[in-house]
Design a protein. Sequence first.
Length: 143
Amino acid sequence: MANVHDIAAYILGKRSPITAMKLQKLVYYSQAWSLVWDEAPLFEEPIEAWANGPVVRDLYEIHRGVFKVHQWPAGNANNLTQSEKDTVDQVLNYYGNMSSQDLSNRTHQEDPWREARKGLQPDQRGDRVISLASMAEYYSSLP
């Protein structure tokens, strides 16, 4: 199984440079759709429900303070299987042309992030994990 850094490296190999926020959202959607289409997670690292949307802290620790990300030397895109690449490619085809803000806004309207943020104020910091089960349930219900 690839890790989140491998997924980030693969995304940046296809779409670079992109904002750190957009990278986070594309990684999130890659995980979500892998749960639906492949019935398995792409990576094990947790996704947290931050005020600006879903964030993988392991990625954030590397891109903190960076607006645009050009490459991801912490990962290896070659660690993805062909099926994993196909999943990420489909996500990039659908979400890849959306802006960082559009992707963030979209996640704020979707149940997995909203459920993990219950009880928190809109701008309040939080590190609650978005469960894989909530992601699989929500995204599998979409047409």
